[in-house]
Design a protein around this ligand. Sequence first.
Ligand code: PAF
Length: 287
Amino acid sequence: MNTVRDTAALRAALAPARAGGRVGFVPTMGNLHPGHLALVREARRLADTVVVSIFVNPLQFGPNEDLDSYPRTLEADQTALRAEGVDLLFAPTVEVMYPVPLAEQTRVEVPGISDLYCGASRPGHFAGVATVVCKLFNMVQPDLAVFGKKDYQQLRVIRQMVRDLAMPVEIVGLDTVREPDGLAMSSRNQYLDAEERAVAPRLYQILREAAEAVKAGGRDYAGLAARMRDRLDQAGFRTDYFEFADAQSLRPAGPGSTRLVILAAAWLGRARLIDNIEVDLETTESV
Ligand code: PAF
């Protein structure tokens, strides 16, 4: 596996591969865990050449967020990617990605959906994500790209961007990979101390309880959300949001919604954890 640092080297390395079949792409911010490696495996399954990027994107972090402390573990990541048979790692510097000052950088805005939930708590976050993913797509020019459903809203934002800008990239969403106790895998789990780590699986348990309540016929989404927020707070979280949404539009779920996603974000110490669960009321199945 080659590691390339700039666009010219990336294009040169990919030119022969492009002629030989489909290019699959997994964009990441590094500090890879089994959740990322599942995305890589899916790309491997669907494509002939697999490209992974590692770039901690300053544009998607707010002024008081964890950009500086975000874990950077390039060597360990390279070892893990090599073991997965990745063909090419693109690890650009900030100067390669953003040669102009960030304030002057052209941005991609995905309106509406970017303002809800995580977007409401983290203004500008999804413009930062859409911009870097758009730029990475232009650099790598993949046939398909794989994203995890843990970042459910991010996946929806990217799907909308690709649709609205007619980008020729197939977007593949993959189920969340969990620890044995149900906690969704995330680089930010490292911020949890032992006591917080013991509490953290409650987030997914409470999402499951919410899904069960809906499957049992509960339709007072606002009341249910308030109850679940209380439960999270009692467990020791500082709840950011807990919402029932239409799985397609991500608008708040209403009486006509048949496919729901229940979305939650909550702080535990210095870790902001996010998770979700899908509920299909037509089959009354939750994933
Ligand atoms: O999900 C992530 O790791 C990041 O948001 C992404 C998609 C790599 C963009 O920086």
